[in-house]
Design a protein. Structure first.
Length: 115
């Protein structure tokens, strides 16, 4: 099983980034996909989630109306479009695949929002 995140980097406040998470080694279309983030000294925080058929999404209050999660089951990839980024969005972002007792994590990608 592999989850490989990409798309992180340094961006100015108000800017945008699009994170990608490419999955392999499991039946991607049957898993709920989530994005989490973590900063030093804090617990990992759920940012957004999307159901297996893309019919349901949910977001942390802090990112609603700014971030959009989507998935392409044909490409086994989940995305996180992040707009109007703020310094408090700075964190390592992790991709997670979840289904019942199975939970897989990527290695994370750093997002830094700074002028």
């Amino acid at each position: 099983v592999q989850l490989v995140e990409s798309g992180g980097g340094l961006v100015q406040p108000g800017g945008s980034l699009r994170l990608s998470c490419a999955a392999s080694g499991f039946t991607f279309s049957t898993y709920v996909m989530k994005w989490y983030r973590q900063t030093p000294g804090k617990e990992r925080e759920l940012v957004a989630g999307i159901g297996s058929a893309s019919s349901r999404t949910n977001y942390a209050d802090s990112v609603k109306d700014r971030f959009t999660i989507s998935r392409d089951n044909a490409r086994s990839t989940v995305y996180l479009q992040m707009n109007n980024l703020k310094p408090e969005d700075t964190a390592v972002y992790y991709c997670n695949a979840w289904r019942f007792t199975d939970s897989y994590w990527g290695q994370g990608t750093q997002v830094t929002v700074s002028s």
